[in-house]
Write a protein that binds this ligand. Structure first.
Ligand SMILES: [Zn+2]
Length: 102
């Protein structure tokens, strides 16, 4: 995984819930006992939305990824991904960009 950026997941010490977007309270049980840790950036693609290329933009896509740590996140991805594909995070301009695991 690149050192320039990383994905951080949050976990609840009380109920075990894991999530991606930063929150001070657990979305499952409301606990304030929340820990943060870096993700390995590996997971499974759950959904892909593809955008056609235009004069200004190349073909691009966004995805929902189920990280192996248990959190689901939205990110950019290569347009050739499909639901069910195993994926790995790379970083483009400091933002996660998922590609198929090689
Ligand atoms: Zn909780």
């Amino acid at each position: 995984m690149s050192e320039e950026a990383m994905i951080v997941v949050r976990a609840c010490a009380d109920c075990g819930a894991v999530w991606y977007l930063p929150r001070d309270l657990c979305p499952g049980c409301g606990s304030e006992t929340v820990t943060a840790r870096p993700s390995e950036g590996v997971g499974t693609c759950a959904a892909v939305t593809r955008y056609a290329a235009t004069e200004d933009q190349p073909r691009r896509a966004f995805c929902l990824i189920d990280l192996d740590e248990g959190a689901r996140m939205m990110a950019r991805c290569e347009p050739s991904l499909n639901p069910g594909d195993r994926v790995t995070a790379t970083y483009v301009d400091g933002m996660p960009h998922f590609i198929g695991s090689r």
